[in-house]
Design a protein. Structure first.
Length: 317
């Protein structure tokens, strides 16, 4: 194995390695070789265990060697502080349980791996995209922007977004009438386009709505949201970083409490969780276990019990 680049900062490893053909041939599959050498490299840096690993690039060379880039988060050491009987100011919290576990989390000592915080930010963004997809106004803005882009891709981006906001607002204010009125609104912002050309662009966008993956639509609506707020993705990251860090702190706290209190998930609790998910999503118990996994369900049960224990012992002030 050759180490081309490597760094370990903020609890996160980033590296570029080359595995020779002989390195790979020692394993039953290239994937197993990759997993082994990532762990091997991490241990060479003094890292006992990895919490999360992501291979970001992989290229096979003509000589049979494999070049890869990866990033990984080291499992941080968690030193628990007070987590039983934590004081909670009920006059300044909407969710008592969340306030209790947050207070307990900030009593603990843990160095958050940057990669884990960034992954949490990705999760928060996906959750917000799901909510934003329900917004009629943002979906309209997204569609108008896409149509204006098709009609005039050389237009300045800032101007196009400003025009899209004006058009979508006019269209919404008039009750989202038929396609002719929509085309008229588009025409007000795109003077050189003929009505037939505009209608075809509208129809193509409607077709794209049915073929584009949901995550692509979600990204587009999210960008429309940022533009409507006069914000940027960089600003959004900064505004949500503290919440991502808080959620990470809570996750690490609960995991540590599960270990400290030897909290377990019984078979009966597992069966109940499987049944509830099966009813909720109209699936068989077998399918639930196949999709979610028994280990993941047991982990969630234990985390929930740890959360409940902390909240039940908390003291209102």
């Amino acid at each position: 194995m050759q180490v081309i680049e490597s760094s370990f900062e903020n609890g996160t490893v980033t590296a570029r390695l080359i595995l020779d053909k002989s390195d790979i041939d020692d394993f039953s599959t290239p994937q197993k070789a990759v997993e082994y050498y990532i762990t091997f490299h991490a241990k060479s840096l003094g890292i006992d265990s990895l919490l999360f690993t992501r291979v970001t690039a992989m290229d096979e060379h003509e000589d049979g060697s494999l070049e890869m880039r990866f990033e990984a988060a080291a499992s941080p050491k968690v030193v628990l502080g007070q987590y039983k009987g934590v004081p909670v100011d009920i006059g300044h919290c909407e969710d008592f349980e969340e306030a209790a576990v947050t207070a307990a989390a900030y009593n603990a000592e843990v160095e958050l791996p940057l990669l884990i915080v960034n992954r949490k930010l990705e999760t928060i963004k996906l959750e917000q995209e799901t909510e934003l997809l329900q917004s009629v106004s943002l979906n309209a803005l997204t569609d108008v922007y896409a149509i204006l882009y098709e009609l005039d891709s050389e237009q300045d981006e800032e101007t196009r977004w400003a025009d899209a906001m004006e058009v979508s607002e006019s269209y919404l204010n008039m009750g989202m009438q038929d396609i002719d009125y929509f085309a008229e609104c588009i025409g007000d912002a795109c003077f050189e386009a003929e009505k037939d050309e505009i209608i075809k662009a509208i129809e193509r966008r409607a077709e794209a709505r049915n073929t584009l993956p949901p995550e692509v639509i979600g990204e587009q609506v999210f960008e429309a949201f940022l533009r409507s707020q006069g914000s940027s993705y960089g600003q959004w990251l900064e505004e949500n970083r503290s919440e991502a860090e808080r959620q990470c702190m809570v996750d690490f706290l609960l995991t540590a409490v599960v270990d400290a209190e030897s909290i377990a998930a019984s078979d009966a609790e597992l069966d109940k969780a499987v049944y509830e998910l099966a009813v909720q999503y109209q699936m068989s118990d077998k399918d639930v276990l196949a999709i979610v996994g028994e280990e993941a369900l047991r982990h969630q049960i234990k985390m929930t019990k740890a959360r409940r224990m902390i909240a039940e012992s908390a003291k209102s002030i």
